[in-house]
Design a protein around this ligand. Structure first.
Ligand SMILES: Cc1ncc(COP(=O)(O)O)c(C=O)c1O
Length: 385
């Protein structure tokens, strides 16, 4: 059977995850080694030094490339390290980078405070507005960076349409697919050139390791990113590669449950009298609901809602018991976050105002617990308002 005929869950469990040829171990071994013995100068088994390549990492990269339907995957020490690698590989001094105007706060922080020092200017547009993207593209724009849905406002960009606009020139489109995972959204099939994930989130799924991946579709992506791993060295450790290989095996079942619980909790929140607005692409009232139905095969676990005031947010967040207050998302446990003081603090008040992120907004990543317990917890916490 050819790999592309296999279903998603089968690929997640078996591709790159083949039993160890030496012992038959069903899980990929953790190759905790920095170097490899060579038989003679230049004669080895394909591995020379673990910054360059490591067998556990190779297996993970094969698995993630298959899940996204890409030609290659390269993993890095965190999502931010993966984003940085893209900028180092595909941008140079004097280039212009175009980025979604509401994205994970760390992304513009790096673009504006690190990348800018090397002479790359970043501008931000609402990439859900295709005419704005067209207008903002310049002759010196090699990369367009799109996050969809966005963190935390859950706005969508039409990947197929934006890729047409980006490809009218010489630019390439990168999609941050962290919120949906390859289970619900497949950007390369919609025309994107590269896909990025903070693997810290749904791909790992257990909140026990950081990581990032870039999945490429063309040979030059693989060449440049492999060179970057070797030259810069922000690679993922064998142990964290193994955690990801373990986590990814249950991605399909986890995403199904995240989605089921997400829809139920979003509906509960929407009916709750203390909540002003709920931003969840699965709700028919969401401005991009039709696009969400076309572009994604599920709506996922991420919900942002407005409780009216900062004080209300604080009161509610003090009371949650099963939902854990903290940064991050994508684990089996429900995490609840206050974006303006946590994930998006780096944007500053002005920056948050520009994208419409209010202090009264709370972000929820609905886990895979019993949904009745989550609703009861949210209900009692909202009673504090
Ligand atoms: C959408 C998105 N992209 C990128 C990142 C950065 O990833 P990491 O925290 O693994 O560096 C995050 C982190 O929250 C994120 O939510």
């Amino acid at each position: 059977m050819k790999n592309k005929e296999l279903g998603f869950a089968t690929k997640a469990i078996h591709l790159g995850q083949e039993p160890d040829p030496l012992t038959g171990a069903v899980t990929v071994p953790i190759y905790a080694t920095s170097t490899y013995v060579q038989e003679e100068i230049g004669k080895h088994k394909g591995y020379e030094y673990s910054r360059v390549s490591n067998p556990t990492r190779t297996r993970l990269e094969q698995n993630l490339a298959a899940l996204e339907g890409g030609a290659s995957a390269h993993v890095f020490a965190s999502g931010m390290a993966a984003i940085t690698a893209v900028t180092q590989c595909f941008l140079k001094q004097g280039d212009h980078l175009l980025c979604s105007h509401n994205a994970y706060g760390g992304t513009p922080r790096m673009f504006d405070h690190v990348l800018a020092k090397f002479g790359v200017e970043t501008t931000y547009v609402d990439t859900s507005d295709l005419s704005a993207v067209k207008k903002a593209l310049r002759k010196n724009t090699p990369i367009v960076w799109v996050e969809t849905p966005t963190n935390p406002l859950m706005m969508l960009t039409d990947i197929r349409e934006v890729s047409r606009i980006v490809h009218a020139g010489d630019a390439e489109l990168v999609i941050d697919n962290t919120f949906m995972s390859p289970y619900f959204q497949r950007p390369l099939e919609l025309g994107a050139d590269m896909v990025m994930h903070s693997t810290t989130k749904f791909l790992n799924g257990h909140s026990d390791g950081l990581g990032g991946v870039i999945v490429g579709s063309k040979p030059h992506h693989a060449e440049q990113l492999a060179f970057n791993q070797k030259a810069v060295g922000a690679i993922l450790s064998p142990f964290e590669c193994w955690l990801l290989l373990r986590g990814v095996k249950t991605l399909a079942v986890r995403m199904e449950q995240h989605d089921k619980n997400g829809r139920t909790v979003a509906t509960f929140l929407q009916k709750h009298p203390k909540i002003k607005t709920v931003m969840y692409p699965g709700l028919p009232e969401h401005p991009h609901h039709e696009l969400a139905k076309r572009q994604m095969s599920g709506f996922g676990a991420m919900i942002t809602f407005d409780v009216g005031t900062f004080d209300n947010a604080q009161k509610m967040l003090r009371k949650v018991r099963i939902c854990s207050l903290g940064e991050s998302l994508g684990g089996v446990e429900t995490l609840i976050t206050h974006p303006s003081t946590m994930t998006h603090a780096a944007l500053g008040e002005e920056g948050r105002k520009k994208i419409g992120l209010l202090d009264s907004m709370v972000r929820l990543c609905v886990g895979v617990e019993d949904v009745e317990d989550l609703i009861a917890d949210l209900d009692q916490a909202l009673a504090a308002i």
